[in-house]
Write a protein that binds this ligand. Structure first.
Ligand SMILES: Nc1ncnc2c1ncn2[C@@H]1O[C@H](COP(=O)(O)OP(=O)(O)O)[C@@H](O)[C@H]1O
Ligand SMILES: [Mg+2]
Length: 323
């Protein structure tokens, strides 16, 4: 029998062959190599990695987005977390062969983050001229005729939300100290938001509501579409159909429970099936292991109503659904 290679020899061989950029002693990336790797990491194409399952509500919504763009009417996708709003919007935008940028808004987002701001160094040297201005992604899309997605619009404060009023109403925007610019004819603004009654969201300002013209509602998809979505998200794994069925039944049960305020989303289903598939590959998956995996994912994947405990709800659902 050939002598067993020591761990350090194996590591040395791998690091020489495939990760010469990584220092051997501590496996940390050197600073100079970091910038090289960073250069390669920039994303120039905003096409999502996952292909949209364009069926059922997603097909209808996609067609509505096409009509909205053709009529230059601003649409908003509204639905609970994990119903595919961002993916749908990104898939639509990347199918248009235009520039596309998106920003997920929250409490701390300020108008300058997407409108742009003056570079302090350049402004000191050259003053408030257009060359010192660093355009934000909304301004860039307005000038170049691209698509801008204001994602999770109602997480932003009303002050920030109202910055979208002028682009929506007049197709123009005021750049501080430079002046007003008019949007390119091809500019298209899209929005996405969670339903207003969910915690952590502001109300959409009334002024903005009045100017958003097409309200596209997304909900948890039908069983067949959701099963397809699960398959699409775990293409390389071969998890038995029985476990995928069980996963769907679990997720569905969280949506029917009166004790749950925010049920599990497709994300939880994807996580359960991915973990289960990994275990199956290692021949370590049985029904008890599956229950354990489901528990680990669901415990944080849903929000109970006040007075109920996540752990207990999850245990009850798993024991009822997985016999
Ligand atoms: N129609 C769909 N086709 C393929 N995957 C989907 C679809 N809808 C949702 N997903 C999966 O669910 C994940 C969550 O969707 P996302 O668009 O982020 O939801 P939301 O923006 O509504 O919270 C996506 O990253 C994707 O993996
Ligand atoms: Mg989203």
């Amino acid at each position: 029998m050939p002598p067993k290679k020591t761990k350090s020899k194996v590591t040395k061989k791998i690091s020489k062959k495939t990760t010469s950029k990584i220092s051997k002693e501590n496996q940390k990336v050197k600073k100079s190599d970091f910038y090289e790797l960073m250069e390669k990491s920039f994303v120039f194409d905003n096409t999502p990695d996952i292909e949209l399952v364009k069926k059922g509500q997603y097909k209808q919504a996609f067609e509505l987005l096409e009509d909205a763009e053709a009529c230059q009417l601003t649409p908003i996708l509204i639905g609970p977390p994990g119903t595919g709003k961002t993916l749908l919007a990104r898939s639509f935008a990347s199918s248009r062969k235009k520039n596309f940028e998106w920003m997920t808004l929250d409490e701390s987002t300020k108008p300058g983050h997407f409108v742009g701001a003056f570079d302090p160094g350049e402004t000191l040297k050259r003053g408030f001229i257009k060359e010192s201005f660093l355009p934000g992604s909304l301004t860039e899309m307005m000038v170049t005729g691209g698509i801008f997605l204001a994602n999770e619009l109602n997480r932003a404060t009303e002050y920030t939300q109202n910055t979208f009023l002028e682009p929506l109403e007049e197709r123009s925007i005021m750049l501080p100290r430079l002046g007003r610019i008019r949007a390119h004819d091809d500019f298209f603004l899209m929005c996405a938001a969670n339903p207003g009654d969910m915690a952590g969201t502001h109300r959409l300002s009334e002024a903005l509501k009045d100017r958003i013209k097409i309200w596209i509602k997304l909900d948890y998809p039908s069983r067949s579409v959701e099963m397809e979505i699960i398959h699409a998200n775990i293409p390389q794994t071969k998890l038995s159909k029985d476990y995928i069925d069980l996963t769907y039944n679990l997720i569905d049960a969280t949506r029917k429970s009166r004790e749950i305020e925010r049920p599990a989303s497709i994300r939880s289903a994807i996580a359960i099936t991915k973990l289960a598939a990994k275990k199956q590959l290692k021949k370590k998956l049985d029904i008890n292991e599956f229950k354990k995996i489901a528990g680990l994912v669901l415990i944080g994947g849903l929000k109970p109503r006040p007075g109920f405990q996540s752990e207990q709800i999850v245990k009850k659902i798993i024991n009822t659904v997985v016999k």
